[in-house]
Design a protein around this ligand. Sequence first.
Ligand code: CO
Length: 181
Amino acid sequence: MAIRKIINESDETLRKISKPVVDFDDRLFELIEDMKDTLAKAEGAGLAAVQVGVLKRLFVMHAGKEERECINPSIIKQDGINKIKVEACLSVPGKCGYVERPEKVWVEYQDRTGKKIQKKFTGFEAKCFCHELDHLDGILYIDRATKMFKDRDEYAKEQGKQKKDNSKSDASKSKNTKSEK
Ligand code: CO
């Protein structure tokens, strides 16, 4: 087990299309274990093989209770609009942005033994799955972002503004309710 180096957005490798995994062997297991360690150390939610410079169609994610290894993943069906707007990426350090993703995805992938698994993910796990799947096709979330924040401070400011707006409308709502009474 080892921590691998995560490449960043300036590296052209991130723009390449990853190839399907065909050998479910010790080398693959080692890669998966390294990716899990690397993800945990970076405190991220997901990590695709291409982010450690390996052009294979697999990613690991830890976006819910369980840690998952998704090999040769695909989305079969999707539905709704995810309530979580903000997104970030270990290969785009510091920044974050708004990306629209489905609320629910029905997916298929293989585990490390090659066994096919079908799952339905919702919320943050659905969002993470879509983000990681994009990596395998050379797409970064910054390509899809409707709004980008240069750092966490800028995002926090935006959040604060929204909260203020929300409480304003809440206040006017409660006022209305009162006057109705
Ligand atoms: Co990413």
